[in-house]
Design a protein. Structure first.
Length: 151
């Protein structure tokens, strides 16, 4: 059973709701007409408005996250770890150049495996454009220098 305290609370809330409907009603209308004139929250216009609003908010979230990802400001702080460039070597294999502090590492990345291919003694300079200035051109130039120095 409902306690007398809960019943009193229910009655007072119902009375205040009915009085607010009565105040909102036009003069000469009954409370039943006023309640009937309130819009149905499940009406199609309200559902379309709710759906479009949710789609707009989700689109805004996706758009902002895409912009943050493209600008590079959405990366997790890795304690001085930066991805300087990458090159796809196949459908699921990549070569990635990382900078850790002052050291640059060339890594081979494949599904389930990351392997250090080379530790660069002299960091690549990305500030000044060189002939071909792309990552692959700079990498091939550095590797050719390494092969000449070892032979």
């Amino acid at each position: 059973m409902i306690s007398s305290r809960t019943q009193k609370l229910f009655v007072s809330v119902t009375a205040s709701v009915c009085s607010s409907f009565a105040k909102a009603a036009k003069p000469g209308t009954t409370p039943a007409e006023t309640i009937a004139s309130v819009q149905d929250p499940l009406a199609m216009t309200n559902l379309w408005q709710l759906t479009l609003g949710m789609v707009a908010v989700l689109g805004l979230i996706v758009g902002i996250s895409w912009l943050l990802k493209r600008s590079g400001r959405f990366q997790i702080a890795g304690g001085g770890l930066r991805v300087l460039g990458g090159l796809s070597m196949g459908t699921r294999e990549r070569v990635v150049l990382l900078q850790v502090g002052e050291t640059q590492l060339l890594l081979g990345v494949a599904p389930g495996r990351v392997q250090t291919l080379h530790v660069l003694e002299q960091p690549l300079d990305f500030g000044k454009p060189v002939t071909g200035s792309g990552f692959s051109d700079q990498l091939s130039r550095i590797l050719k220098k390494e092969q000449r120095s070892t032979s």
